[in-house]
Design a protein around this ligand. Structure first.
Ligand code: C2E
Ligand code: MG
Ligand code: MG
Ligand code: MG
Length: 284
């Protein structure tokens, strides 16, 4: 594999490496151009539902890129490149500005925004968030920022300071995708966060693999003992809902309940549209 050739031989790359380098450079150029014309990006919003009562407790902002040639791209198709090139700072800023502007008057408790480890480790991150909140007149208590284990594991002084500064003004912080990284449940006990999101890979296997049930139960128990809320992501069956409810999970996100929706559709949903049957079943 070309990557294995190492730095020293980089100048002697063959046609295969050449293609790879050129494609990567092209993608980076595309991303830069898109950031100069951010209408290529859109933000979808996926609701999270309360275990008790079935109300929408929050919505999560999820970015999409309408690439002029490649069509609609999912976050995982371009976030890694944005992180490697540092362009995630600008992209993340765009998503936050757009979300605060769009969701300022929504009748939903919280709006969740994903934040890359690159952003969390930027010394000016907290200040820039505060400026955006102020300019868009967005109540800090209605913003929840998500952090993944990788940023939290490093838990550099900068990341920690950003978390503290933002929590001090009422922004809450959720540990996203918990369980897929390397941190132990012990680390969870020490984390200065408000919520834990259980990764969908654990939810998928509920009712199929006994091991997953044990892990999910342990995560919820430790989180509760610390006073943290828990959200299960990737909920796709009513059996998973029942199981998670019994364990005391606070809220659910998943295609069973709703897919990520464009602005107009989520607004209709929050604006008192008839409650769907599947939401009602949550309230039982
Ligand atoms: P995440 O933060 O864990 O977001 C949840 C992902 O699970 C979303 O994928 C969502 O569409 C998907 N999902 C929700 N329910 C289900 C389900 O029932 N089944 C399945 N199979 N998937 C479900 P999406 O939108 O493709 O985003 C993927 C990841 O990309 C996100 O995972 C997040 O880590 C990252 N991401 C998305 N938007 C942003 C952003 O604005 N900034 C940053 N830094 N990262 C973002
Ligand atoms: Mg997330
Ligand atoms: Mg997640
Ligand atoms: Mg996830």
């Amino acid at each position: 594999h070309s990557k294995a050739r190492g730095r020293g031989q980089f100048a002697m790359f063959g046609p295969e490496m050449d293609d790879h380098v050129r494609e990567r450079a092209q993608q980076e150029r595309d991303l830069r151009n898109a950031l100069a014309d951010p209408s290529q990006f859109s933000v979808l919003y996926q609701p999270k539902y309360a275990s008790r009562g079935g109300d929408i407790v929050s919505v999560e902002a999820l970015v999409r890129w309408h690439h002029p040639e490649r069509g609609e791209l999912l976050a995982n198709d371009f976030i890694p490149l944005a992180e490697k090139t540092g362009l995630i700072r600008e992209l993340g800023r765009h998503v936050l500005v757009e979300t605060c502007r769009t969701a300022a008057d929504w009748s939903v408790g919280k709006v969740c925004v994903n934040v890359s480890p690159v952003q969390w480790n930027d010394p000016y991150f907290a200040i820039s968030v505060m400026a955006i909140l102020k300019r868009s007149n967005f109540d800090p208590k209605r913003l929840e920022l998500e952090i993944t284990e990788s940023a939290w594991m490093e838990n550099g002084a900068i990341c920690g300071r950003n978390i503290n500064t933002l929590r001090a003004i009422g922004v809450t912080v959720a540990l996203d995708d918990f369980g897929v990284g390397f941190s132990s449940l012990n680390r969870l006990r020490e984390a200065e966060v408000d919520r834990v999101t259980i990764d969908k890979s654990f939810i998928e296997g509920l009712g199929q693999r006994r091991g997953n049930e044990t892990i999910v139960k342990a995560i919820i128990d430790v989180a509760r003992s610390k006073g943290l809320k828990t959200t299960a992501e990737g909920v796709q069956t009513p059996q998973q809902v029942d199981f998670l409810k019994a364990l005391g999970c606070d809220s659910f996100q998943g295609f069973l309940l709703s897919r990520p929706l464009p602005e107009s559709e989520i607004e209709a949903m929050l604006g008192g549209q008839p409650v769907e049957e599947k939401q009602l079943s949550l309230a039982s």
